[in-house]
Design a protein around this ligand. Structure first.
Ligand code: HT7
Ligand code: ZN
Length: 877
């Protein structure tokens, strides 16, 4: 397959000043008329070439003249036209087929043909499935869009931009026009047409601009959009206050669909959301889902500046908008909720999703050097690691400096397509600092290992911290270079008090900042000497996770326990617990000593009794690293063994705390029966879930009875699903009845039904495969709906490693077969699901052999999409 390379970038030979689009909308066929006013780069002499895929060309004119067939060629997804000049107007008329579009890219139908609605998805290259266009993000144009359709079937007609008139046509048809004053790339185009209902809200920006906010959904879902509206208003206000950025159109539309390949899409003035990230009500959404709605609404809104006003020069720069916008969303969510809990959640995600990606065959830099299929690069590396890189730079500049830099970035590049170099240059210029050393992070894949060694010299009263870095080779990059790694640190005495820091050679330290500071390691190894230290301290390193690295530090278990008890940085406190739990896992695996296991259990048992501790933080402290993370530390992975050892680890903890103590705490927490969304209510539910999980490990019978009661009386989905999970995971006798009840009660709620599928994928490893087969035969299952596919196959293959990695290879073969079927319908979703095979190369020999056979067989199937081919081939290399 053709590889697109960053180094081959060339500015477009042809640009488009203005686009006029007219749609005659229909479910089966839609006609699209496009008028492009073209601009030619005088220094380039290529013929006009436009992208177009799956388009039936009906007519083509240039400057008002019909073009003879000899003057154009349409082959290999490119339309080449002779005779165009600077200022020429090209008009094409094409036909597309929305209802037949199962790939959900371009113009497609959401829902059933009788009742569903039409919508578009253009990022990254969907616009070429709608009309002919130079479909690349550095071609920015002004859009005027006219929609025409049958009024009864499509009463609501929406496109991005400001409304510019509407009216009736003959034969029961009507029209509506939209004009966007802001030049934008084609991937931000969107339209929606159908029978939708709305909720509205007036919003006035800080400078006094009136904006109408409108959220649209199908009639049965419109009542579940109020939380999203609230989150949208808070996001808009926050971006004004934190970044000085205002919304810039008269109206902002948001639409929910159940048929969507990703989470949501930031189309200019017309955001489109997977219903999973827009709809929320206590009866069918969990607390985690409420927070996800808040985060995704904010993320898409923030794109209006970081992505839309300042867009990407090419798709290699994807992290310029995605990493930055994830970072902005993380800041927002931290401000709205608890900063420590948010940081814990984000780092846990990074470790679960990005570290394994960066350590396996799919490893790629945050700015990849090449790709075959761009849709395969919407990855945890581009998004989550990309956000960590912005965080490092922001930390380097400080709050005010980062704001100065962002102001310059937005003003310097407003209305243009920028690069990651532009970003770092603007931030640096605004602060007279050279940030270009950070660019190396964008082009180097792999997670750096940061090793820390401490040496205390009692005679000199010095503490020397030696930091060194090493990045293991990755698939395409054998050689690695040192990177700038900011390490935020503090030193604790043995009583758990922070010490003043006197760093040798430090002219800049200010008295106020002396108990915590950042040192930057920018070479292979460097020593930092602290003076006036009276006794050997315990270092707290990488506080707040100041760089996306794996820290290796030779702590004694007691030192980690001290940090777990006393660190004032909530994140590092949790982190100490995670490191100690990982060591405790090693104790169980190796059978050589229990010092870490004892220290972990003792420290947590003591914390369990502390009434002042935030219940949500306690819940997270009581959760050891997940199976994927623990597997990352193994040379050869046996997922069943990792699963069993992790269960054993938690059982030891539960026994140390004591069944009676757990029960008392559960009952105290269960006495709060509300479904409020305030922080304390959510925190209590979070801890209640964790305590019930632990109780199930020491007294399954009692825990299952409590879970049944909790299920029956649950005031919210959070409690109901937590209870159902205990029953399903434990294969409890009560599980069957609860699952039947759930299915009946939520049969009409697709988002709740997704949970019904997912929860059953967490059955014990030896029985889950049969259940997955039953579930895919259920009438509510379809390969055509991405959410349903992810709820069943994604949840099984990613979240139940013991249940997916069956030693006989049956799990691998089932997934491979379904991937092939899914690929014929929706290549994007198939390719993303196929990444569940990541890590197969490090499996123990029995599983390794059967996994390879299944992936080989999949790779050998004829007619696979470019999307799936790229993932499967990378997997095999
Ligand atoms: N920018 C959006 C990306 C997206 C997307 C990409 C490929 C295929 C389908 C897609 N739907 C949305 C999402 C975001 O990061 O905001
Ligand atoms: Zn995004």
């Amino acid at each position: 397959p053709t590889l697109i390379r960053l180094n081959d970038y060339r500015a477009p030979a042809w640009r488009v000043a203005q686009v006029e689009l007219a749609f005659d909308l229909g479910i089966d066929t839609t006609e699209v008329t496009s008028r492009l006013r073209l601009l030619r780069d005088p220094d380039q002499h290529e013929p006009l070439r436009l992208d177009g895929e799956g388009l039936e060309l009906l007519s083509i004119t240039l400057d008002g003249e019909a073009l003879p067939e000899s003057a154009w060629r349409y082959a290999d997804h490119v339309l080449e036209v002779d005779g165009a000049n600077d200022g020429s107007v090209l008009e094409t008329r094409v036909r597309v087929q929305p209802a037949a579009n199962t790939a959900l890219e371009g113009l497609y139908l959401s829902g059933k043909r009788e009742s569903g609605f039409l919508l578009t998805q253009c990022e990254a290259q969907g616009f070429r499935h709608i009309t002919f266009f130079p479909d690349r993000p550095d071609v920015l144009a002004s859009y005027t869009v006219t929609l025409r359709a049958d009024r009864d079937r499509f009463p609501v007609l929406l496109a991005g931009g400001n409304p510019d008139g509407h009216g009736d046509l003959e034969n029961g048809r009507h029209w509506a026009r939209f004009v966007d004053p802001h030049p934008r790339p084609s991937y931000l185009f969107a339209l929606v047409a159908g029978r939708l209902q709305k909720i509205e809200q007036d919003y006035v920006t800080s400078s006094g601009r009136a904006v109408k906010l409108v959220i649209w959904a199908e009639p049965d879902a419109i009542g579940h959009c109020h939380y999203a509206m609230d989150a949208l208003e808070r996001s808009m206000r926050w971006d004004e206050q934190a970044y000085g950025r205002e919304y810039d159109l008269d109206v902002f539309h948001v639409v929910a669909t159940h048929d969507f390949n990703m989470g949501a899409m930031e189309n200019k003035g017309l955001n489109i959301f997977n219903a999973k990230y827009l709809l929320a009500d206590p009866d069918s959404s969990t607390d985690d889902e409420y927070r996800a709605v808040e985060a995704v609404v904010a993320h898409e809104y923030f794109h209006n500046w970081s992505g839309n006003r300042v867009t990407c020069r090419d798709w290699f720069q994807l992290s310029l908008k995605e990493g930055l916008t994830v970072f902005r969303e993380q800041q927002f969510s931290a401000d709205m909720n608890s900063p420590s809990l948010k940081r814990i959640e984000d780092v846990a995600l990074l470790r679960r999703a990005q570290f394994p990606e960066d350590a396996g065959p799919l490893a790629h830099p945050v700015r990849p050097a090449q790709y075959s299929e761009i849709n395969n690069f919407y990855t945890a590396t581009v998004y989550e690691k990309g956000s960590e890189l912005v965080r490092m730079v922001a930390g380097h500049l400080g709050r005010a400096g980062f704001r100065r830099g962002m102001d310059l970035y937005f003003s310097r590049h407003d209305g243009h397509a920028a690069t990651l170099e532009d970003f770092l240059r603007a931030l640096g210029d605004a602060n007279a600092i050279d940030l270009m050393p950070y660019l190396a992070w964008y082009s180097q894949s792999g997670t750096p290992r940061l090793t820390a060694r401490g040496h205390y010299d009692a005679a000199q009263r010095t503490y020397t911290l030696t930091l060194s870095q090493h990045t293991p080779p990755t698939a395409a990059q054998p050689q690695k270079q040192p990177l700038p790694i900011p390490v935020k640190l503090a030193l604790f005495d043995r009583a758990g008090r922070m010490l003043p820091l006197h760093l040798a050679g430090d002219a800049t330290s200010t008295p106020a900042a002396t108990t915590e500071r950042v040192v930057v390691l920018d070479r292979a190894e460097q020593a930092f000497v602290f003076h006036q230290v009276d006794a050997a301290p315990v270092p707290s390193l990488l506080r707040g996770f100041s760089a996306p690295v794996i820290l290796e530090c030779d702590y004694a278990p007691g030192e980690l326990a001290l940090l777990l008890r006393h660190d004032v940085d909530g994140f590092n406190r949790w982190e100490a617990g995670q490191q100690l739990a990982a060591r405790a896992f090693d104790n169980l695996r190796d059978g050589a000593g229990t010092s870490a296991l004892d220290a972990w259990c003792d420290a947590l048992a003591a914390l369990f009794g502390e009434t002042t501790l935030d219940p949500a933080l306690l819940a997270d402290l009581l959760t050891p690293p997940g199976e994927i993370e623990l597997s990352e530390r193994e040379r050869l992975v046996d997922p069943s063994r990792v699963h069993a050892l992790r269960l054993q680890l938690q059982e030891r903890l539960a026994r140390r705390i004591g069944g009676d103590t757990l029960l008392q705490r559960y009952e105290a927490l269960a006495s709060h029966t509300n479904r409020d969304l305030d922080a304390l209510s959510q925190a209590r539910r979070r801890l209640k879930r964790r305590v019930l999980d632990l109780l199930a490990l020491v007294d399954a019978d009692r825990a299952q009875k409590l879970a049944t009661l909790q299920y029956d009386n649950a005031p919210s989905m959070t409690d109901r699903l937590a209870a159902l999970a205990v029953l399903a995971r434990g294969n409890a006798p009560q599980a069957g009845a609860a699952l039947v009840h759930f299915r009946q009660r939520y049969a009409d709620s697709p988002l709740a039904m997704d949970k019904w599928f997912s929860v059953q994928t967490q059955l014990p490893g030896d029985i889950v495969l049969a259940r997955v087969r039953e579930l895919e035969a259920d009438s509510a299952f379809t390969l055509k709906n991405p959410n349903r596919v992810n709820a069943l196959f994604g949840a099984w293959a990613r979240n139940n490693p013991d249940g997916f990695h069956r030693p006989d290879g049956s799990g691998y073969r089932l997934l491979a077969e379904r991937l092939a079927e899914l690929d014929a319908l929706n290549p994007q979703v198939a390719a993303r699901l196929a990444t569940a095979f990541n890590g197969w190369q490090r499996l123990e020999p029995t599983r390794h052999a059967v996994a390879r056979a299944a992936i080989d067989a999949l790779a050998g199937r004829p007619g696979l999409s470019r999307n799936l081919t790229e993932i499967v081939q990378s997997m095999l290399h």
